[in-house]
Design a protein around this ligand. Structure first.
Ligand code: HAM
Length: 421
């Protein structure tokens, strides 16, 4: 590629959406909206520019280093949002007291992260966010996961393709407690352990050491990741812990939704964001070819930390990049559905008025009409109409205008019908 042509590319990690790309994007957004509304979530939105302070919440996690930030002309520290959750927390805090809880909100937010580019990770993506604020029971986790799996189903993916793996930071805390690790160090253990598989165990050990863990605690932390089943966890922490009851109840409820066979416990799901306090989860393709399709969890302290009263939240983010790649891999990316129903062309300037009137009438009837903007030869019109996958085509010449009717061709069956002009 020459220097000149490279300048037509969007900035690295950003995407252009040409009309042919919009069909699949709209299908994904459509499935998200349909599932949200079917589950009774209300739509909300906000500006892509957020105050840096709100986005940063707590220092020390990877996402903070990935924020695109800038100072405006008045010296305000601003940023392009990297995720929606801090903004949602700010919006809830601003109306605390006047909102009736629990509330269920959804949005599709464009997010920006200066990430290392890998398959499924870009520097800009759209993220469907589903959140339930003010519901302490695991009905909230089951509801958001079921809603996301419903959207997945609308896109043609089910138990043959996808699994949701979950864990609980509360349960992990109890496990760490059982090894004798001080509660104030638990949080510092989660984020390094989440990096398992992405960075070497030596690096993780050194992060844990920096967080204040001694040799023995570091060994214990790694040992925990070898636990494979929920029963094993329960045998270590005891059945009477609230964290165990929460997970058991979650499994019961998700089974009632009919998703028991798509949800499984996995100790290695910890998540990289610091605000999660309870159940955390991530959805993956069964072949293991891609990074997480969606991820989320329960956050008990975020609203309090942002300045509101402490209300519990549960939510997830579901990006458009990985799901589009999976659908493309499986040949399930939806085809262009937005091609107009009918193309109308005309031979000479004298037939333009009648063509416009015909288009106006059909549009009032609810048809999608592509009206030619200038006269053209019949051959050119029909080849254009054929190549753009219109269903029907009507070409108006002087004889048609004089007769007051036009022949409408069905481009698939090659049959014709007469329409009065
Ligand atoms: P997250 O795991 O950082 O969570 O992102 C959620 C999803 O967004 C990922 O599973 C992935 O689909 C998509 N995603 C994230 N980063 C990128 C990227 N660089 N390129 C493409 N896709 C990406 C959150 O953001 C939480 N705020 C989710 C949440 C909502 N938790 C509670 N409520």
């Amino acid at each position: 590629m020459t220097e000149g042509s490279a300048s037509f590319n969007p900035p690295r990690g950003m995407r252009d959406f040409y009309p042919e790309d919009m069909a699949s994007r709209n299908a994904i957004f459509g499935a998200w909206a349909e599932a949200s509304l079917a589950f009774g979530f209300s739509n909300y939105d906000s500006c892509v520019v957020e105050s840096l302070e709100v986005l940063k919440r707590k220092a020390g996690e990877e996402i903070v280093d990935q924020i695109y930030c800038f100072t405006d002309k008045s010296g305000r520290e601003l940023a392009l949002r990297a995720e929606m959750t801090p903004t949602l927390a700010r919006m809830i805090a601003a109306r605390q007291g006047s909102l009736s809880l629990p509330l269920k909100w959804f949005t599709v937010a464009q997010c920006f992260r200066y990430e290392r580019m890998t398959r499924g990770r870009k520097r800009e993506h759209y993220q469907w966010n589903l959140d339930i604020i003010g519901e302490p029971s695991p009905s909230a986790e089951a509801e958001v996961i079921s809603c996301a799996l419903n959207a997945m189903r609308l896109l043609g993916l089910g138990k043959e393709q996808v699994r949701v793996r979950f864990n609980s930071r509360a349960l992990l805390g109890d496990l760490l407690g059982a090894t004798g690790l001080r509660p104030d160090l638990h949080q510092a253990v989660f984020l390094p352990l989440d990096k398992r598989g992405k960075v070497s165990d030596e690096e993780i050990a050194s992060m844990l050491q920096k967080a204040g863990l001694d040799e023995k605690s570091i060994r214990c932390a790694f040992d925990l990741l070898a636990v494979t089943s929920l029963d094993e966890v329960v045998s270590r922490v005891g059945e009477d812990k609230p964290s165990v009851a929460h997970v058991r109840r979650f499994l019961h409820i998700i089974a009632a939704y009919g998703f028991a066979d798509m949800v499984e416990f996995n100790i290695s799901v910890i998540r990289g964001l610091s605000y999660y306090t309870g159940i955390v989860f991530e959805a993956f393709d069964l072949l293991g070819n891609f990074r997480a399709i969606f991820g989320g969890g329960r956050y008990d302290n975020l609203l309090g930390e942002i300045g509101g009263s402490s209300i519990t939240g549960v939510g997830l983010g579901f990006g458009d990049v990985v799901i589009a790649e999976i659908l493309a891999d499986l040949g399930k990316l939806p085809a262009n559905k937005t091609a107009p129903d009918i193309a109308i062309g005309f031979m000479q300037p004298e037939q333009q008025d009648v063509a416009i009137r015909m288009a106006c009438r059909l549009r009032v009837e609810g048809k999608r009409v592509d009206l030619a903007l200038r006269p053209e030869k019949a051959k050119h019109f029909f080849s254009r109409a054929g190549s753009q996958a219109f269903h029907e085509a009507a070409y108006i010449g002087p004889d048609d205008a004089a007769r007051g009717t036009v022949r409408v061709k069905d481009l698939a069956t090659r049959t014709e019908r007469e329409l009065p002009l």
